[in-house]
Structures are given as C-alpha cells and as structure tokens.
Ligand binder design. Sequence first.
Ligand code: ADP
Ligand code: ADP
Length: 229
Amino acid sequence: GGAVDFDQVSHAYDPARPILQDVDLHIPAGHTLAIVGPSGAGKSTLARLLFRFYDVGGGAIRIDGQDIRDVTQDSLRQAIGVVPQDTVLFNDSIGYNIAYGKPGATEEQIWQALRMAQLEDFVRRLPMGLNTQVGERGLKLSGGEKQRIAIARVLLKNPPILILDEATSSLDTHAERLILDALNLISQKRTTLAIAHRLSTIVHAERILVLDQGRVVEQGSHEELLAAG
Ligand code: ADP
Ligand code: ADP
C-alpha cells in the first residue's frame, strides 16, 4: 500500500495569498516522485499537507484511496516517515534518538538501522556506543551525521510512505554522497515524496514534478523533462 493522490489541492496561510493552487499528483505505491522548484514555490507546504501538519484548504489528499481527513493523526504518523531539512535531536543517547517512538526496538534492530544509514562504524567508535549522549551536554554531531540519525530512525520505523525534505541541502559533496546513497536505499520499495532545489541532488525518481508559485508547471519522467528542455 501507500499510494498517494492529491486532487486539486489548494492551500493558503493568508486567504489573500494562495500558496498552492489546484495541485494534482499521483504516486503509485512504492514509487518515488521528486518535487523540484525554486525557493518559496510551495514544496514544503505540499509535503506537510500530506502528514496533516496543516489542513488542506481545498481539494483532497488520499492515501490508498482514503481521504486523510478520515484517518487518525496516529495512523498517519505510523504510515509516514519524515527526513526533515534540519533534524532536531533530543538531549539523550544516540540509541534513544533512533528508537524514539518505537520503544519495542531491540538493540540489534537499532544497529541494523545504523548500518544501513552508514553510521555503524561512527557509533561503534564513540565512547559508549549507542549510549553516548548527544545534544547540549554531550556529543556535537555534524549536519550529515544528524541526517543519518534521522535516516536510521526512519529505517527502524519502516513506514510505507517517506518524505525527504531537501535532505542534502546543507552538506558538502562527500557527506551528500553518503546521504544520497542511504536515501536511495530507504526510498526503494517505499512511496516517496522527495523535495529538492536542484535536479542533481534528488534521489532516483520515476517521476519529477516541477512546482512554481504554487502551481504544477511540468510533470514527467527525467527523460521527458530533459526532452522538453
Ligand atoms: P518551498 O519549500 O518551495 O521553499 P514553502 O512551502 O516553504 O516553499 O513556502 C511557500 C510560501 O509559503 C513562501 O512564500 C513562504 O514564505 C510561505 N510560508 C511557508 N510556511 C508558512 C507559514 N507557516 N506561515 C505563513 N507563510 C508560510
Ligand atoms: P515519529 O516520531 O512518529 O516516528 P517523525 O519523527 O518522523 O515521526 O515525526 C513526528 C512528527 O513531527 C510528524 O508526524 C510531524 O507532525 C512532525 N514533523 C516531522 N518532520 C517535520 C518537518 N520537516 N516539518 C514539520 N513537522 C515535522
């Protein structure tokens, strides 16, 4: 499962200034759609509507045919994993940060998620491994390391739907490569909505949607968009 449909979706923060207008999109279960467009185009707003961070102004969003207004926040949280632009970590252990919201997770499952997020060696080298504190009183992590923690969290949660929000925007080339590899891994077989400024930083995606000033201006495969110029 996990098919996502936006049907004539609109949204405004201020009624006098529409942000999204008549957005139609369809992501078949297990496919990836990349949303590209300039800053301010409405990409993050669109993604946040999917997990009901904001309520839809007009039109409807459906997951597997069901209007998300008829789904509890709890089941939406179960169904959707987010790798945000800036991962906020708790002032607690690495293990707690990864297993947060999933208290039944075993240590072995956490290490497996860390391995897939390419963080296993890093965490093994820490003085107390999974129990090393991060945040104000503990270890300072780089942007890339934080993002890989967010990826490990999503891997452990294993949701059918994934939102990747400009996940590599603040990284150097090496860190970006690591994250892109990890993101490609987690987006396989999951319905994924991947947001990017530039085409070069998106994960493999079956389809690309170009958003400008809240409207869909182009939609197609990578090849189709290149052919169209
Ligand atoms: P993008 O992700 O493409 O940069 P956003 O969805 O973040 O675009 O923003 C689209 C527009 O909506 C921008 O003009 C932005 O200033 C505005 N906006 C975003 N979030 C809010 C908010 N919470 N309240 C008011 N305006 C917002
Ligand atoms: P969980 O803790 O249920 O596994 P997440 O950690 O992915 O889920 O996110 C928890 C909640 O935090 C989301 O359901 C959403 O409401 C909010 N959230 C996550 N990422 C973002 C984001 N990039 N922008 C705004 N809110 C977010």
